[in-house]
Design a protein around this ligand. Sequence first.
Ligand SMILES: Cc1cc2nc3c(=O)[nH]c(=O)nc-3n(C[C@H](O)[C@H](O)[C@H](O)COP(=O)(O)OP(=O)(O)OC[C@H]3O[C@@H](n4cnc5c(N)ncnc54)[C@H](O)[C@@H]3O)c2cc1C
Length: 383
Amino acid sequence: MFELTEEQKMVKSAAREFVVNEVIPVAKEIDKEDRYPEKIVKKLVELGFFGMTLPEKYGGGGMEYKSYIVAVEELSRGMSCLGTIMSVQNTLYALSLLEFGTEEQKEEYLPDLCNGKRFGCFAITEPEAGSDIASIKTKAVRDGDEYILSGQKEFITMADVAKVAIVFARTDQSADKHKGISAFIVDTNSEGFNVEKPIEKLGGHGVHSCPIALKDVRVPKENLLGKENYGFYQALKVLASGRISVAARSVGIAQAALDAAISYSKQRKQFGRYISEFQLIRAKLAEMAIKVDTARLLTYRAAWLKDEGKDYVLEASMAKLHASRIAREVASEAIQIHGGYGYTKEYDVERYYRDAKMGEITEGTNEIQLLIIANELLKRGIA
Ligand SMILES: Cc1cc2nc3c(=O)[nH]c(=O)nc-3n(C[C@H](O)[C@H](O)[C@H](O)COP(=O)(O)OP(=O)(O)OC[C@H]3O[C@@H](n4cnc5c(N)ncnc54)[C@H](O)[C@@H]3O)c2cc1C
C-alpha cells in the first residue's frame, strides 16, 4: 500500500510529464478566462485518461482505482479543473453507469466516454436540496413507455459540455423521502432540457457548474438507471467513490502549493539571507509537508480499500475531509511564505487557495463528512 505499483508509477510519470509540458504553461490563462480546456481534454482522451478504470471491453483501461487516483492528483497539481473533469467523468458519470447500468446501457454510453465523444454530468442538487439530497423535488411521472421529468437542478458541473446527464428525480411521491427517488440517463439535447448560464465562482475555473431547468422532458423507460426508487442509495454509493477523487484533487493542489513555497523560499532574500534559512519559514514548510503526506496516505488507503473490495465509506470521507481541509491550509501558508507577492495574481499560490476551498464543499460538505464518519464509527463499533 505504501509503494506505488509499476502501473501506478507509469501513470504518475505520464501525468506529470503531460502537466509540465501541456498544462503549466497555460494554467494561469485558463484560470483568468475561466475557459474550458478543450484541447488539453482531447489530448487526455488520446492518452487514455478517461475510462482508465473501466473494463477493456467498453474501451477502458482496466486499471485499478488507485492508478486513477494517482492521475487525478498529478493532473490537479497542474490545474485543479482537470481533477474535476476527471472526477465527474470517471467517477460520478462512469461509475453510475458501470455499477447500475444494464449491459445495453453500458455498451451504449461507456465507449463514447472513453473516446471523448460523449461526456456526462451528474445532476442531483437542487436549489432547496443540497446536503439533504433526499428532499429533491424534481418529478418523473410515468406516461406509457416514457417518463416525463420536470424540476430544477443547481450547480451541475460540466452540464454545458455534457451530452448525457444522470438526473435524479422523484418517482414515488407517497414513499418515505429516501425511498421514492430514481436515476435516469437523459440526452442533454432533449426538448425541455435547458442548461442555464454557468454560475460565477471563486475558483475551480476552467470547468463550469450550471443550473438546469427541466420542463416536461420525455425520457424513454429504457433510460431508467438501476432500480426504480433506489436512486438515493445509488447516489450514495457513487458519491463515496467520488470523495476519494475529491481528496486526490486536494492533495494535488496542496502539493503544488508546497512546491511553490519551497521554490520561492529559496529565491527570496530578506535581511541579507534567503528566507528558507529562517527557522519560522522552515517550520511552516515542515508542517505543510506533514499535512500533504497525511492527506495522501489517507487518500491512497481509501483507494486501496476500494480496489481490495473492502468497505471504504468511512475512509473515503476521512480522506476527503482531511485532504480538502489541509489543501486550504497549505495554500494559505504558501501565500504567507510569498508575502505580499503571494496575494497578487503574479504568482500561482492565490489560485491554489481559491481552488482548494471548493473541496470542502463539493460531493458532500465537510460537515456532512463528519456526520458520515461518526455514523460509520458507531456502526462499526470498537475494533
Ligand atoms: C463548484 C461546485 C460544483 C458542484 N457540482 C455539482 C454537480 O456536478 N452535481 C450536483 O448534483 N451537485 C453539485 N454541487 C452541489 C454540491 O454538492 C452542494 O453545494 C453541496 O452538497 C452543499 O449543498 P448546498 O450548497 O445546498 O449547502 P446546504 O446543504 O444548504 O448547506 C449549508 C451549510 O449548512 C451545513 N449543513 C447542512 N446540513 C447540515 C447538517 N445536517 N448538520 C450540520 N451542518 C449542515 C453545510 O455543511 C453547509 O455548511 C456543486 C457545488 C459546487 C460549489
